[in-house]
Write a protein that binds this ligand. Structure first.
Ligand code: COA
Ligand code: AMP
Length: 629
């Protein structure tokens, strides 16, 4: 079937289409209704069905006689190791870790926070939770203690699984002291912590609360998969919203399994035995869906890479991993390609590796600028496919479809809508715009299987954030345009979220940190264009009257404060002290004008600007202080 035929088949009978897709999953009990409009905030998929996602990802492949096939390859230039796990071995380790968690009192519905770097035990921990029907919540290692504490407090986990440390180029990041401090700061205290000791920095265990991961695994009896309702949560993944409070994106089990399984063939063109490498982190949605669940549900071999695109050891690292493991499809963020291109503009290192098994490169996380996409396509001589999605959706909204013969979208475009998504561009009043017109990208309800049905403990927050502005639609928060061919281009966020090196961050959260500094009267953080990271946060602060401080000292303190409170991943490196901030007459800070100013564009202030002279003052400070980007 072609893309057009498949999309039309879904449009003609959405529930029938998803029911057919659901045959790819092994159910303990089949559904009563494919879609039940009466449940949740906008309805739920596969109501009445029961399944275990871990059993679908592991046990059923072993039962089908493929236990000897490699499920997971861990390639860590940081630790200097490569390890392979067959489906049988991964199933056995996961079953034991599930047994260890059960021995600590973890059962179906309990939350487990996972704070781990890119080690196989992170994947095993996630799957072990899924095996028990427990709800995991993975926290990215680049977040600081306070962010971890917020997530522990909101998810209220019975247990935490963590590693003693992560490995970043040039430094060992000790996770355990951050975990201890986060638990101390959180009103909720988990009963138990399972700590994976890594030799680079062993942690001190707290008697009574902390348990050694390896010892607990060795002592545990394997646990069988526990079927849960398709509508039960598989995980909660916190993501940046517009304020300092992260949003707990809920993923329900059944729809997610169906959507991911379907996406592997339809979008990436991969099936059992194929090697898929997603160079992201298990702490992000891309890692949840395309390092862990989707490739294993499809019986592929997934690569878990603990390293960087450059510097571990060089800009040929990605090509080395792809060649060594016979990667068929690689999925990464455009920023990684820009980093490689910066260091190896002619891609000379490519020639060292045999990429004969490599077929396509998929990109997401931020818009891929056409020059980067063209550079990669010319050097690799393979299709480079940009595809667009969000933590909320769990799988691509638009893509190129290798499985449906449509896989080389125009550079700058994120492809066409996946079956399941009726995507339109709306004006601010909610009217559907014509093709070629730019506006708010919105999805007509219901969202397809796999997409978040709600926010953790906050159904009202879900309605308010996504469903309220345009009744009957899901507001993506992205602006974009659909061209005459139906190809979608995503231009950027319509809210205060920015994408820094493919990491989703909230400028509102950074503003809260800046505003907490005793000398800061008011502030604004905007995402300024950055040649490597796509965007980089830029802080503009006005000091309190009488704060007789050296601007450079305050700026240094602010940079340190954001790193301490949010984490190094915020990549907050520039704070500028300005005399005033530009505002409308009603007092709203003109962030869009500030962003344009930072990018060297005409600031285009709205007619409601209070005092246009302020923009010139800010421009003067930027001109003096900001190095050319
Ligand atoms: N644990 C602890 N610290 C982390 C971390 C982790 N898991 N991940 C990143 N950090 C730190 C980095 O060490 C860096 O610290 P520094 O300020 O001391 O240098 C900081 O957070 C910023 O990281 P990052 O923005 O990633 O920049 P970088 O300079 O380390 O690397 C790239 C730049 C482009 C190579 C890198 O961002 C990259 O590989 N990006 C791919 C993005 C990606 O996979 N996105 C996922 C969505 S698909
Ligand atoms: P996250 O939830 O971290 O996956 O970030 C989602 C946001 O990243 C989206 O709302 C977009 O703003 C941006 N994004 C992700 N993929 C793309 C893409 N292919 N093109 C443009 N923007 C993207």
């Amino acid at each position: 079937m072609t893309y057009a035929e498949t999309y039309a088949a879904w449009q003609a009978d959405p529930e029938g289409w998803w029911a057919a897709a659901a045959e790819g999953i092994t159910w303990d009990r089949r559904w009563e209704r494919v879609f039940d409009r009466s449940l949740g905030t906008f309805g739920q998929w596969f109501a009445g069905a029961r399944l275990n996602v871990c059993a679908n990802a592991l046990d059923r492949h072993v039962a089908a006689g493929r236990g000897g096939q490699t499920a997971l390859i861990w390639d860590s230039p940081m630790a200097g190791r490569v390890e392979r796990f067959s489906y049988a071995a991964l199933r056995d380790r996961t079953a034991r870790v599930a047994g260890a968690l059960a021995a600590l009192g973890v059962g179906a519905g309990d939350r487990v926070v996972i704070y781990m770097p890119m080690v196989p035990e992170a994947v095993i921990a996630m799957l072990a939770c899924a095996r028990l029907g427990a709800v995991h919540s993975v926290v990215f290692g680049g977040f600081a203690m306070a962010e971890l504490a917020k997530r522990i407090e909101d998810a209220a986990p019975r247990a935490v699984i963590a590693a003693s440390c992560g490995l970043e180029p040039g430094r060992v990041v000790a996770y355990k002291p951050m975990l201890d401090a986060a638990i101390a700061a959180s009103a909720h205290k988990p009963e138990a912590c399972l700590i994976l000791q890594r030799p680079q920095a062993e942690a001190t265990l707290i008697a009574g609360r902390d348990h050694d991961f390896a010892a607990a695994e060795a002592a545990a009896a394997p646990h069988a998969p526990v079927p849960i309702a398709a509508t039960d949560p598989l995980y909660v993944l916190y993501t940046s919203g517009t304020t300092g409070k992260p949003k707990g994106i809920v993923r329900d089990a059944g729809g997610y399994a169906v959507a991911l399984h379907t996406s592997m063939r339809m979008i990436y063109g991969l099936g059992a035995g194929d090697v898929f490498w997603t160079a992201s982190d298990v702490g992000w949605v891309v890692g949840h869906s395309y390092i862990v669940y989707a490739p294993l549900l499809a019986g592929c071999t997934t690569v878990l890479y603990e390293g960087k695109p450059v510097g571990t050891p060089d800009a040929g690292a990605f090509w080395r991993v792809a060649a060594d493991h016979g990667v068929k499809v690689l999925f990464t963020a455009p920023t990684a390609l820009r980093a490689i291109r910066q260091q190896d503009p002619e891609a000379a290192l490519l020639a060292r590796y045999d990429l004969s098994r490599f077929e396509a490169l998929y990109l997401a996380g931020e818009r891929c600028d056409p020059p980067t996409a063209i550079w990669a396509a010319e050097r690799l001589r393979r299709p480079v496919v940009d595809h667009w999605w969000q933590t909320e959706t769990g799988w691509p909204i638009t893509a190129g479809f290798r499985g449906l013969g449509l896989f080389a979208p125009k550079p700058g475009s994120g492809g066409r809508p996946a079956p399941g998504y009726e995507l339109h561009v709306l004006d601010d009043a909610g009217a559907v715009l014509q093709r070629g017109e730019t506006g708010n990208l919105a999805i007509r309800l219901p969202l397809p299987p796999g997409c978040a049905p709600t926010l953790w403990n906050d159904a009202e927050g879900f309605r308010h954030a996504y469903l309220a502005d345009f009744p009957g639609w899901y507001r993506t928060g992205d602006a974009g345009v659909i061209d005459a061919d139906g190809d979608v281009s995503v231009m950027g966020r319509t809210d205060d979220i920015i994408n820094v090196a493919g990491h989703r961050l909230s400028t509102g959260a950074m503003e809260e940190v800046l505003a907490s500094h005793p000398d800061v009267a008011e502030c604004a953080v905007v995402g300024a264009a950055d040649a490597l990271k796509g965007q980089a946060p830029l802080g503009l602060v006005v000091l309190k009257a009488g704060a007789a401080r050296n601007a450079a000292d305050v700026a240094r303190e602010l940079v340190a404060l954001v790193r301490e409170r949010i984490g190094p991943v915020a990549a907050f490196r520039t704070a500028l002290v300005v005399p005033r901030l530009p505002k409308t007459r009603s007092g709203k800070i003109l962030r869009a004008s500030l962003r344009r100013l930072a990018d060297g564009e005409d600031p285009r202030p709205p007619p409601t600007i209070d005092d246009p002279a302020v923009l010139a003052e800010v421009a003067a400070v930027m001109g003096q202080e900001m190095k050319p980007r």
